[in-house]
Design a protein around this ligand. Structure first.
Ligand SMILES: *Cc1c(COP(=O)(O)O)cnc(C)c1O
Length: 384
């Protein structure tokens, strides 16, 4: 049997719309990934508020179990250092030149995505009397940031001359690791392999090589190299609907709300803005205190389902900024009843992938949009 131990107590003041994050599941997901990729190391990607799960608590819990921590922007890295995270942190995004001193002050690893940036890092580190840890970013087919694979030797050679820079790692990023046809992903892999030959042919020490995001962890074992960079998989969500389940993970986040209003709506009385929905018979309609202002997309209006007392019910009428309505037909629900927006209840489930499908997007966008107005409640599972 499992008991829940709240890490942050949900005291009486909590808003009746909240997200629960199961920290034990995060650890289990990380362990499952680790087992699958071993001996490769694992960088946990916690950008964008840890994919909506809450940066501070996720990092506090998970960073001691990780080999490396990945964030997108400098400010996320500084936040982690200020809260006491001691694990190595790589800022994956491109750097803004004026901010280089801050990376060094906070012992953050920089992404060097061009020769000019690398030289700039070297110069600033020299002025500050420090050594900068960098990972070289190679563009093998994403066309976002990084030195093109066909001119990668320019940054690799420059790095050899930069005395204030330690090239700890070298990495690339897949554009199509989530595709069924992996031709382009394999081409990117081949290009990256060629770039790495630079070190072999000169008998230079090989930096930490990394390339695999969640999709590549699942379907491209040859891309695991020395380290992998899982984001969405860590949170227990597969990067695309029919992703191979080569690593078994379970969602860490549930999104919940409560019934705050109940009424019977008569035929000819449409519900919500724009009067987009009405019944042809009297129905019981409940109101939930959650809306697009919390990240429950308006594009989900009239398309989505919630779970109450283990049963699924359709959301009806337009989703408002702060509230939305659900049709429970002739069933009963009471003020205060728990409502699951994302998660499982009895044998029913609504997943981030479901919401993504209904909204025409990907689960990443669903999770990262659950905003700060929604309190997060953390718990761990203990076996008794
Ligand atoms: C966001 C990100 C990842 C993680 O991607 P997932 O698909 O969530 O695993 C890995 N690498 C880089 C460079 C990223 O920006």
């Amino acid at each position: 049997m499992q008991i829940y131990q709240p890490v942050i107590a949900a005291n009486g003041g909590i808003r009746p719309t909240w997200a629960e994050v199961n920290l034990t599941r995060l650890s289990q997901n990380l362990q499952a990934i680790r087992t699958h990729v071993t001996p490769a190391k694992v960088m946990i990607v916690v950008k964008a508020n840890a994919y909506g799960h809450g940066l501070a608590e996720v990092a506090r819990h998970l960073s001691p179990q990780a080999d490396y921590v990945g964030v997108a922007v400098l400010e996320e890295g500084i936040f982690l250092r200020e809260m006491g995270v001691t694990a190595p942190i790589l800022v994956l995004g491109g750097i803004w030149g004026d901010q280089i001193p801050q990376y060094l002050q906070h012992d953050l690893t920089l992404t060097a995505s061009s020769v000019e940036r690398l030289e700039q890092i070297d110069a600033v580190a020299g002025q500050m009397g420090l050594k900068a840890k960098v990972h070289l970013k190679i563009d093998t087919g994403m066309e976002r940031i990084g030195v093109h694979y066909y001119s990668a030797h320019t940054i690799q050679e420059t790095a050899l001359r930069c005395s204030n820079v330690i090239v700890e790692g070298i990495f690339s990023h897949f554009a199509n690791a989530d595709a069924r046809d992996l031709t382009h992903a394999r081409l990117q892999l081949e290009r990256f392999d060629k770039v790495l030959q630079f070190y072999e042919t000169r008998s230079l020490p090989m930096p930490i090589r990394h390339m695999a995001n969640s999709a590549a962890i699942l379907q491209l074992p040859e891309s695991h190299f020395d380290m992998v960079r899982p984001g969405i998989l860590l949170y227990g969500v597969y990067p695309f609907a029919d992703a191979p389940r080569s690593v078994l993970v379970h969602p860490a986040l549930s999104w919940k709300s409560r019934v705050v209003y109940f009424k019977v709506v008569q035929p000819g009385h449409p519900v919500s803005y724009g009067s987009t929905w009405q019944a042809d018979h009297p129905v019981r309609i409940i109101t939930l205190p959650v809306g697009y202002g919390d990240g429950y997309f308006r594009s989900l209006s009239n398309r989505t389902w919630v779970i109450i007392r283990g049963r699924k019910y359709p959301q009806v009428g337009r989703v408002c900024m702060d509230q939305m309505m659900v049709n429970i037909e002739a069933d009963s629900a009471f003020n205060g009843d728990e409502v699951t927006l994302i998660g499982e209840s009895n044998s029913e489930a609504v997943t981030a992938q479901d919401l993504a499908d209904w909204a025409g997007t990907i689960p990443y966008e669903i999770l990262t949009n659950i905003n700060t107005r929604v309190p997060r409640v953390y718990f761990t599972e203990a076996n008794t």
